[in-house]
Ligand binder design. Structure first.
Ligand code: FAD
Length: 445
């Protein structure tokens, strides 16, 4: 599998991975085909995931700027077509209490407002007619240990007090009786506004809207070389050169090695693994009391997440391999299946129907950053830390504002660069260490 820390390109025209989404969503909508000639544009966007598509859409709609999107493979070939489809009012991994401590209440509220705006924008775009199999609202965060339930209750209190956020506390019995009988759960909190969607269809919907608004989207057009002339940029693709006044890097966890100095050594791509089981029978659903299709995540440092899909399969995810070379080792999918079976012992005979993985993008400070170079002609947004389905759309919108030289809120999300990883060549060693620390923490503390 393509490994962004080792490879200089994600390929050209590579097919979607054989995920549940790619195999059950039908045909992708039309794009503008691979670039076959040299072109001049005002704005080029590299990467056709949610970030790039949202940036293109908002540039066209809000500023009349018709950008050209260059995608190496297929629309949403990266994370946007591989994720678990949880729409959550959050991004990054930094907690609100940490933000409050570091920056004070006003900044913390500003960040919360931006995360909320992300969900609102996704809701509005879906309401324009995107068929992405949105499920019943509800996001359940389960305590994987007794002491974690108190932490969740404290979090719920903070969010209720600070943001008036509607958070419900569920005892283990309430969770088991009203939602699902997860044997690894000691209770939970439940937000009313998270929900599950088909992530690939969501991206395809954005693509349609962006093209209708005037953007061009060229798949099978990887940027394999980039020359800055001092008076603009030349992006070299296999069959055409794009001369652009401004360039947006929307490649997130799929950013190739050494792609651009502005982002080099500022992210850590980490594999997240997903399995989708066979459809549960009525008896299996009843034995697990699986009443809900709410999206679920636990409190582990190395999180597990799951949801019941519209056809009664279970999607279950967690951490994957460390390197691209081992990404497809069935060990990682089977490990998830074993954990699923401990949560729902009635599923002892369930099989994996689909398994795949994708590169999420970690930031050193656990926060996404939307930033630019000093001459304000190269922009990026990345570092969603595995939680970007909704916020990447807000980030794309803010990128569009920046490209069009409009004001954006004065927040660490937008006014500072992604921090560099110290000892960057050793990032994977650090990741390996964190996985071991996480395992110990999740088991013993
Ligand atoms: C398994 C998994 C589960 C996840 N689950 C959730 C979830 O449930 N909820 C949530 O909020 N977040 C989730 N995420 C994270 C979320 O999917 C991402 O934050 C989001 O999709 C990022 O979108 P993006 O557009 O920034 O990047 P991507 O979708 O990764 O798009 C980057 C694109 O850039 C292209 N590219 C790279 N290099 C080049 C080049 N040189 N030239 C041209 N194109 C290039 C790639 O081909 C790729 O298509 C998950 C991620 C994974 C991997």
């Amino acid at each position: 599998m393509y490994d962004p820390l080792h490879d200089k390109s994600p390929g050209c025209g590579v097919a979607y991975p054989s995920s549940y989404w790619a195999e059950t969503s039908g045909q992708p909508p039309e794009n503008d085909q691979a670039l076959t000639q040299d072109i001049n544009v005002d704005v080029a966007i590299i990467g056709a995931g949610y970030t790039g598509l949202s940036c293109a859409l908002h540039l066209a709609r809000n500023y009349g700027i018709n950008a050209t999107v260059l995608e190496a493979n297929q629309t949403a070939w990266g994370c946007s077509g591989r994720n678990a489809g949880f729409i959550l009012k959050s991004s990054g991994r930094k907690s609100y209490s940490q933000m409050q401590k570091q920056w004070g209440e006003e900044v913390m509220r500003g960040i919360y407002d931006e995360m909320s705006a992300g969900v609102a924008t996704v809701n509005q775009l879906i309401a324009e007619g995107i068929d992405c199999q949105a499920q019943q609202p509800g996001y359940i965060k389960v305590a994987h240990k007794e002491n974690k339930l108190q932490e969740l209750v404290d979090l719920a209190k903070l969010q209720q007090k600070m943001f008036g956020y509607d958070v419900q506390v569920l005892s283990r019995d309430e969770l088991h009786q009203q939602y699902m009988a997860d044997q690894n759960a000691y209770g939970a909190i439940r937000y009313q506004d998270g929900y599950g969607i088909n992530p690939l269809k969501l991206a395809w919907g954005y693509q349609k809207l962006a093209r209708q608004a005037g953007a061009k989207i060229h798949c099978s057009s990887p940027v394999v070389n980039w020359q800055s002339t001092g008076n603009g940029h030349q992006l070299i693709t296999p069959n055409g050169i794009v001369s652009a006044k401004k360039v947006v890097i929307a490649t997130n966890g799929y950013t190739p090695k050494g792609f651009h100095p502005l982002v080099t050594n500022r992210t850590l791509p980490v594999l997240s693994q997903v399995i989708v089981t066979d459809a549960l029978t009525e008896q299996q659903l009843a034995a697990c009391n699986f009443l809900s299709s709410n999206v679920v995540m636990d409190t582990r440092a190395l999180k597990y997440y799951y949801r019941k899909l519209p056809d009664n399969r279970i999607l279950f995810g967690g951490r994957g391999a460390i390197t691209g070379k081992s990404a497809e080792d069935p060990y990682y999918a089977n490990r998830l299946l074993q954990v699923l079976k401990t949560s729902f012992p009635a599923l002892q005979n369930i099989n994996i129907a689909y398994a795949w993985s994708g590169w999420i993008c970690m930031a050193l400070d656990d926060l996404p950053h939307i930033y630019q170079n000093d001459s304000k002609d190269v922009f990026y947004s990345m570092g969603y830390c595995g939680s970007g389905v909704s916020f990447s759309v807000q980030a794309g919108k803010r990128l569009a504002d920046k490209v069009a030289e409009a004001a954006v809120p004065d927040l660490p999300l937008y006014n500072c660069a992604l921090p560099k990883f110290p000892l960057a060549p050793l990032r994977r060693v650090g990741q390996w260490g964190y996985f071991h620390y996480g395992k110990i923490k999740d088991t013993w503390f």
